[in-house]
Design a protein around this ligand. Structure first.
Ligand code: SF4
Length: 76
């Protein structure tokens, strides 16, 4: 399992650096980064939620356009 250093992409003041565990191309775990002085105890709940969020079946993966009947149509 690979461990990588990255940063939380949310636009908040902390801009936490985090370590992530990746296995077979899938995010498995988010861990504290020892160099992060803003939140040394680790990411907040929003940051920790990336594991669920990234692999959620409800995640929108493509741009969509709403059409008049209220449904969405995939666009390029
Ligand atoms: S983990 Fe939480 S506190 Fe840290 S940058 Fe992301 S949203 Fe902000």
């Amino acid at each position: 399992m690979a461990q990588l250093t990255t940063a939380c992409p949310r636009n908040c003041y902390s801009t936490c650096s985090i370590r992530v565990e990746v296995e077979n191309g899938r995010l498995r775990r988010i861990l504290p980064h020892e160099g992060n002085r803003a939140t040394p105890e680790g990411a907040c709940l929003k940051g920790l939620a990336y594991v669920e969020r990234t692999h959620s079946p409800d995640r929108i993966l493509y741009p969509l356009r709403r059409i008049p009947n209220g449904s969405f149509h995939r666009i390029g």
